[in-house]
Structures are given as structure tokens and as C-alpha cells.
Design a protein around this ligand. Structure first.
Ligand code: SF4
Ligand code: SF4
Length: 71
């Protein structure tokens, strides 16, 4: 028996991320962090509450969150 691995609900398009820092500054559960270039990385995907703050605030539409509340 193998249980399906839960996919993180966050999709990141790094090509669109300019490293402004808005998403990982605002994420209430610190799911998101910065890589050495300041671009977004997923650090603790299991802590995501799907609040969509990151998706709603990214100026470059680089993040989308599946599931959760409709915005
Ligand atoms: S808010 Fe968007 S552009 Fe800014 S760091 Fe996050 S993903 Fe990148
Ligand atoms: S949806 Fe909310 S909890 Fe999940 S990464 Fe974005 S800001 Fe953080």
C-alpha cells in the first residue's frame, strides 16, 4: 500500500518572480522563503493554510495556490 504524496498547493513560476519579497514577508505561516537571489522558495509547504495572501499580493502573478477559499 502506498499512500499518495500530497502535493504542495502552491505553484511558483520562478521565471516571473522578480524577488520583491512581498510574498515571503506576508506569508503568515512562513511557508515561503528566499533563495540566494531573493526569489521565492517553498520552505515549509506543509504549513500552508491556502490563505492566498501570496497569490493575491504578488505583483507578477508568479504564485498560484490551488484549493482553499475563493478570493
Ligand atoms: S511576491 Fe511574487 S515577485 Fe515578489 S518575491 Fe514573491 S513570487 Fe516573487
Ligand atoms: S497561501 Fe497563505 S499560507 Fe500558503 S504560502 Fe501563500 S501566504 Fe503562505
Amino acid at each position: 500500500m502506498s499512500s499518495a504524496v500530497e502535493q504542495p498547493p502552491i505553484q511558483i513560476n520562478l521565471a516571473w518572480c522578480k524577488g520583491c519579497g512581498i510574498c515571503y514577508t506576508l506569508c503568515p505561516t512562513k511557508v515561503l522563503g528566499a533563495d540566494e537571489l531573493g526569489k521565492v522558495t517553498l520552505t515549509q509547504p506543509k504549513k500552508c493554510t491556502k490563505c492566498k495572501i501570496c497569490e493575491n499580493h504578488c505583483p507578477d502573478f508568479a504564485i498560484s495556490v490551488s484549493g482553499g477559499k475563493k478570493s
